[in-house]
Write a protein of this length. Sequence first.
Length: 345
Amino acid sequence: MPRSASRATAGAAVLSAALLVLSGCSSSPEETPSGEASGNGGETLGTVETMFGTIEVPQPEDELRVVALGWSDAEMALALGVKPVAVFDWQSFGEEDKGVGPWASDLFEDETPEILERADETLNYEQIEVLDPDLILNVRSSNDEQEFNRLNEIAPTVYAPEGTAAFATRWDVQMTSVAAALGESEQGESIIEDTKAAIAAAAAEHPEFKGLTTVAGTKFGDAYGAYLAGDGRFDILADLGFVNAPGVESLEPSGFFTAVSAEQVGALEADVPVILPIGYTVAETQADPLLASLAAVQQGRAVFIDPEDELSDAYSAASPLAIPVVLEELVPQLAAAAAKVTPAG
């Protein structure tokens, strides 16, 4: 069922949220009652080092209840065999897919999580509190400290490690944090190793990718932009051997993203640019006169990801459950485009 309109709304909201200036400090995480919501005689399920301090997750007396708020946090938990009781549906997958990608929804089996929403960019804390969570995951998020403090009053809340930009948590770092919180670090490391091995195998099959320039570009509304290191849409390209185009590297970054004005569209020039339309069809994006002026587009070296395809969602999800879809569907398109690159010299 087409979901381009809902994905466009979600994508624009994420871009907007990620570019906001982070909130000022309030109380320190050590002062919040992170371990008071539940527990079993002081036993610890997991311990995580985050940007807001050390978070200890008490062992629950009953079945573990996890609320997954961060981008792809639910898929991380599912990969570890944990079914969240509630999911924030960043990519508008909907109730049919239980708030996660179709490649992951079957892992919920007969259970159906509550789908959470924001109201005026604010989480419904009362709704979350009623869910009585033992653990809240908000690892790939805006890193809002006031939001952390409020969530951590409800249950131990896990954010990304110190130094991580908003929405720029690498998928392997995200998996490490989620696995540590769930007391499944060994399993998490195994998943990371297997996923990296699959990416490395794809890169080895295509040595022609190594050193070619790329951009993980996008067109949304009347604007353009490019995703940067820390965002899975660029990271998967880098892991396959591509390097970021000099034009994008010269622009001012803002977290996981850099805005590209109409006058700067030339910065998206690369050996093999990858363009993800948000709110546009592929045909409409290819017809954009500024994008059409790029040599890579004129020479058929640009890869346009169809927003109606499953690849579009998997490319954006950047979880160990989604990456196999990207490798299967995107790599052949990259190879076809790379074959059209004229060797230097």
